[in-house]
Write a protein that binds this ligand. Structure first.
Ligand code: CP
Length: 317
């Protein structure tokens, strides 16, 4: 594997899950693969899980790890070409990226959508420049439109907990006070559409995701109807994708919060969320603390998904 930015880069999903479960059984089986190799993790945005799990994955593979928080301790970076740099940005990404590439063998990048320029976001301009100018394999630690390490961990978790071969998996929008990117729901939809699960997306009108991510998913605007018979409830907030509301919060309706009454409509569904989660906005205390909640094992699988991806990149060097 050279780069990892979407589901297609991982290839056969069954093989990827099998490899993940093998690594989970012995996460130090490849501890010399990354010897004398350096992983650089570049963060344009905050993180808890991605930062820790990806660093741990690199360490499990014997790598040295450098973490750069671009907005804390580095020169402020210009990302657009052609700009007269007479403002507060000292360095251009076009020099910074190849320089970073000089100091490492693999680069992980987190660069969220700005949510003001849909074209720039959906062109994946920041991670795209890392791929073009870094001279190193690049993997996404959440980019503008996708969060594939999260989705891979979600898939591993569903495979571990499913009770039927073809579970009903429901992605539900839930309220949040701030505008969030569509990366997690886009990516989750992309990965679920690559399985043969019964996949349903439910959201209020106006929160339709980009058609290329929705794919063949069944859209149900009635959240309660969507929950009926579900085996997995995957909650997430996202801002509007459709124009003219791109990047905006158009509804904070707490009638969409996942609660015990709605979970009772399901087939004793497991509750999932990528975290961090706003309690009693996205999901009630009762649901996230219930034995059916698998948010912690889901987060634990972030180490495993990252390790499969970095291992495959190292094998291709
Ligand atoms: N789920 C996830 O990516 O968490 P962080 O934003 O804390 O990394």
């Amino acid at each position: 594997m050279r780069h990892f930015t979407n589901v297609r880069d991982i290839g056969d999903l069954q093989a990827a899950v099998a490899e993940a479960l093998e690594i989970k059984r012995d996460r130090f089986a490849h501890q010399y693969l990354g010897r004398n190799k350096t992983l650089m993790m570049v963060f344009f945005n905050l993180s808890l899980r991605t930062r820790l799990s990806t660093q741990k994955a690199g360490m499990n593979l014997g790598m040295n790890v450098i973490v750069l928080d671009v907005n804390q301790g580095a020169w402020k970076l210009e990302t657009e070409r052609g700009v007269v740099m007479d403002g507060d940005k000292t360095e251009h990404l076009l020099e910074a990226i190849p320089v970073m590439g000089c100091y490492c063998d693999v680069i992980g990048v987190r660069a969220f959508a700005g949510l003001t320029d849909k074209k720039a976001d959906y062109n994946e301009e920041v991670i795209g420049q890392f791929i073009r100018y870094g001279g190193r394999p690049v993997f996404s630690m959440e980019a503008a439109t996708r969060h594939p390490l999260q989705s891979f961990a979600d898939l591993i978790t569903i495979e571990e907990y499913k009770k039927t071969e073809r579970p009903k998996v429901v992605l539900t929008w839930a309220p949040h006070p701030k505008a969030l990117p569509q990366a997690v729901p886009n990516s989750f939809a992309e990965w679920m559409n690559a399985t043969d699960y019964d996949f349903v997306i439910t959201h209020p009108e106006g929160y339709e995701l980009a058609p290329e991510f929705v794919g063949n998913a069944h859209i149900e605007y009635d959240q309660r109807k969507a929950f009926e018979g579900a085996d997995f409830i995957y909650a997430k907030n996202w801002s509007a994708y459709a124009d003219p509301n791109y990047g905006l919060v158009i509804n904070k309706d707490r009638a969409w919060t996942v609660d015990t009454e709605k979970m009772a409509l399901t087939n004793n569904a497991r509750f999932m969320h990528c975290l961090p989660v706003r309690r009693n906005m996205i999901v009630t205390d009762e649901v996230i603390e219930a034995p059916t909640s698998i948010v912690i094992p889901e987060a634990a699988n972030r180490e495993i998904s990252a390790q499969v991806v970095i291992k495959r990149i190292l094998e291709g060097l």
